[in-house]
Write a protein that binds this ligand. Structure first.
Ligand code: ADP
Length: 380
């Protein structure tokens, strides 16, 4: 309609309109608005979806949730804005899980012109699920090991701040070392490097962390860890598709995401939400994995489809995303996972290891990830 077109400039989502709206939001403790105070950073606009960070001193973080909400609302209420997601980020020295020292502020937004969080990592891949308990962490660790088995240099970042499981899955205990008191050395198991909040805080320590602390912990585990040169970093995401996951997906420069689902319909519904979330932040979906797909009897070898099996493959086709494969429900997978010896490493000859290596090959080919050694020049 010509009439609408004539007025479309009013609903174009621009940085100016966003900042104008944010000038109405006052920092209750400092009296002035958050734009004049220079607290707004990393504004990004993508097809009506807006994200930015508000930089605050870490000690004020917990008190400023109402400010964050007010800023979010001010922007979300603008005509033409489809969604607004705002994070509080630690401005100075953050409350840190490690002994390291903060190098600087920054929200680390995907397109903000900042020093990359992990400059030597070629591709970061999120492993996510719509809900907990579907085997996301199990798939993440075995996929990481399978990528390594296929000849790639691999890191595994456990971003599940509230329920870290990689230390247990990899059978790792103890704390990471630091050579200079600033940068942590990653832990290593079965030839992959890894970092988890589980190495930095005691297991019994209640993790009643707030958004900003979670974000700074995540950034530190990327920026302040000596990951070195890696072909692929697998990120074991926290389960679900809420704001926390969305923010995380925006904070880390992801090359793609793998969605883990069980065959149940409900889980698939959740998986769809996961896919929608990554699409919203323009992260390509590398594929869906159907975990606990069928039951293979360890005694007679008979296969039983416990749930309506095949749902994920069908769903993947419908959604136009690759189907990476199905992993059966098997005691051997549970025992090796929970025993700290993931099946790809402990039973490389098994059919399950083979399944994960095939998945890894599909993921690697989508990333264009050839083994890093011998070094070669990559033109991007
Ligand atoms: P999530 O990360 O989604 O919460 P986990 O990877 O922690 O899930 O898995 C939940 C539980 O299910 C763990 O005890 C794990 O060993 C088990 N499990 C995961 N996948 C399988 C499988 N394919 N067969 C048998 N047990 C599995």
């Amino acid at each position: 309609c010509q009439g609408c077109e004539a007025f479309s400039f009013m609903t174009d989502v621009t940085q100016e309109r966003i900042l104008a709206a944010l000038r109405q939001v006052k920092d209750p403790e400092r009296g002035n608005d958050i734009v004049s105070l220079g607290m707004v950073s990393g504004v990004q606009i993508r097809e009506g979806h807006v994200g930015f960070a508000i930089e605050v001193e870490p000690e004020r973080g917990p008190r400023l949730e109402p400010l964050r909400k007010a800023a979010e609302k001010a922007v979300a209420d603008l005509d033409g804005v489809l969604s607004a997601s705002v994070v509080l980020t630690a401005h100075k020295q953050a409350a840190r899980p490690a002994a390291a020292q903060q190098q600087g502020p920054h929200a680390g937004h995907r397109h903000a012109p900042q020093k990359p969080l992990v400059p030597e990592v070629r591709s970061i891949v999120a492993v996510a699920s719509g809900k907990g308990g579907v085997g996301k962490s199990t798939v993440a660790v075995n996929l990481a090991l399978a990528l390594a088995a296929n000849g790639l240099k691999v890191g595994l970042l456990d971003a599940d701040i509230y329920g870290p499981s990689q230390p247990r899955l990899l059978g790792l205990k103890g704390r990471p070392h630091t050579k200079d008191g600033k940068i942590l050395e990653p832990m290593e198991a079965f030839g992959i490097k890894t970092m988890s909040i589980g190495f930095l805080v005691n297991e019994d320590q209640a993790m009643i962390w707030r958004g900003p602390m979670v974000m700074s912990a995540l950034q530190q585990m990327l920026r302040d860890v000596n990951w070195g040169a890696l072909d692929v970093m697998i990120v074991d995401m926290p389960p679900g598709t809420g704001d926390a996951q969305l923010t995380m997906a925006q904070q880390v420069p992801l090359a793609g995401a793998v969605i883990v689902s069980t065959p149940q319909d409900l889980a698939l519904l959740d998986a769809r939400k996961g896919i929608a979330m990554f699409r919203k932040v323009e992260v390509p979906i590398l594929g869906i994995v159907e975990n606990m797909s069928y039951f293979l009897c360890p005694h007679c070898g008979e296969r039983t489809d416990i749930f309506a099996h095949g749902g994920a493959r069908h769903e993947a086709e419908k959604l136009g995303v690759p189907f990476l494969g199905e992993v059966p429900l098997d005691l051997a997978i549970r025992e090796t996972s929970d025993g700290g010896t993931p099946i790809v490493a402990s039973a490389p000859q098994s059919k399950y290891a083979e399944i994960f290596r095939a998945m890894a090959a599909q993921v690697a080919s989508q990333l264009g990830a050839e083994p890093l050694a011998p070094p070669k020049i990559v033109v991007e």
